[in-house]
Write a protein that binds this ligand. Structure first.
Ligand SMILES: *[C@@H]1O[C@H](CO)[C@@H](O)[C@H](O)[C@H]1NC(C)=O
Ligand SMILES: *[C@@H]1O[C@H](CO)[C@@H](O)[C@H](O)[C@H]1NC(C)=O
Ligand SMILES: [Zn+2]
Length: 309
């Protein structure tokens, strides 16, 4: 008798917590009538910051970006450093904590930031899955390398500083050949299918996961937030133009992972958020300046206006 009363009571209690938002959040792909979790439209119930005016991700409209000559190339320090990471299925993504050795500076950042962790966002079986979009185009996947100002000890502290966190975002594109530099990550996904599973990675470096430095000079910059609750608005965003190639089989492997409830971990992206008047900047202002100087010189020469002797 006791039991018959307790079980439904417990069920009701747990449904109540799910529906009223107890810190439980989910992606749109996880929302069903049976599992009425807090989908992105309700994240502001989980944390008020998710309803803020400087949220991420955004759609970048390239013709509205402003070239900024202060957005110089980044200095990557110890990005070549090989480390033994642990990769974990945290129920929302796969995440790798990195030793706080690798740093970034330059790139128009106010100071030096150190790498903390990286994780990914993806679609279904290699379909659209990036968080940011460029002129409405959604890429199959997006890498976030999360950094915090060098003097902070943890992300929670860094997030209290409006410029405490710098995230480097990279898009992926489908290529015809496999990207062997991703083997250490992709080959272990099958062993961390369930939420909270983790495993060690073969030694990798951050540098092997991203384009060459020469191919990272073109990027977009804006001020935004974390793209998952708490949605804190303390992030200097950088989105690199040059995508990372992976083939279809490699992209598909991410859809083999599972959410907590055992359903396929797919569609792990937040929809794009309103800009609310924010300006998006683009690197390369200096290059344009240099080439227009050359152009003026060339015209001057053509018109016979070269330096008087
Ligand atoms: C990895 O999983 C093991 C076994 O469940 C656990 O003891 C350990 O704390 C986990 N490590 C991380 C980094 O999550
Ligand atoms: C930059 O990207 C281009 C186009 O994908 C590639 O051909 C080139 O090798 C890359 N440059 C370097 C230095 O890796
Ligand atoms: Zn992310």
């Amino acid at each position: 008798m006791q039991q018959h009363l307790t079980v439904p009571a417990l069920l009701l209690a747990s449904l109540w917590t799910l529906c009223t938002g107890s810190g439980d959040w989910c992606y749109q792909s996880q929302f069903t009538c049976d599992h009425q979790c807090n989908a992105p439209e309700k994240w502001n119930h989980v944390n008020g910051d998710c309803g803020g005016r400087s949220q991420s991700p955004i759609n970048i409209v390239t013709r509205k970006t402003l070239k900024d000559e202060r957005l110089t190339p980044f200095q990557f320090k110890d990005y070549q450093q090989i480390f033994r990471g642990v990769i974990k299925n945290n129920g929302h993504s796969v995440k790798v904590d990195v030793p706080h050795l690798s740093t970034i500076s330059g790139g128009g950042l106010p100071t030096t930031y150190k790498a903390v962790q990286f994780h990914l966002h993806w679609g279904t079986n290699g379909g659209p899955g990036s968080e940011h979009t460029i002129d409405g185009e959604q890429y199959p996947m997006e890498l976030h390398i999360v950094h915090m100002k060098q003097h902070y000890a943890d992300l929670t502290t860094a997030l209290a500083d409006p410029e405490g966190v710098a995230v480097l975002g990279f898009f992926y594109e489908r290529s015809s050949s496999a990207n062997r530099k991703y083997d250490p990550i992709i080959n272990v996904l099958r062993s961390i299918k369930s939420t909270n599973d983790n495993t060690s990675l073969l030694p990798i470096s951050l540098a092997q996961l991203i384009p060459s430095e020469q191919n990272m000079t073109s990027y977009y910059r804006y001020k935004g937030s974390l793209t998952t609750p708490s949605c804190t608005e303390s992030v200097i965003w950088t989105l690199f133009e040059k995508p990372i190639p992976l083939n279809m089989d490699q992209l598909r492997m991410f859809s083999e992972l599972k959410f907590q409830d055992g359903k396929p971990m797919v569609g792990t992206f937040r929809p794009v958020q309103p800009l609310n008047g924010r300006q998006v900047y683009q690197s390369g202002g200096a290059v344009i300046l240099a080439s227009s100087t050359l152009l003026v010189a060339a015209i001057a020469t053509a018109l016979g206006l070269s330096q008087p002797i």
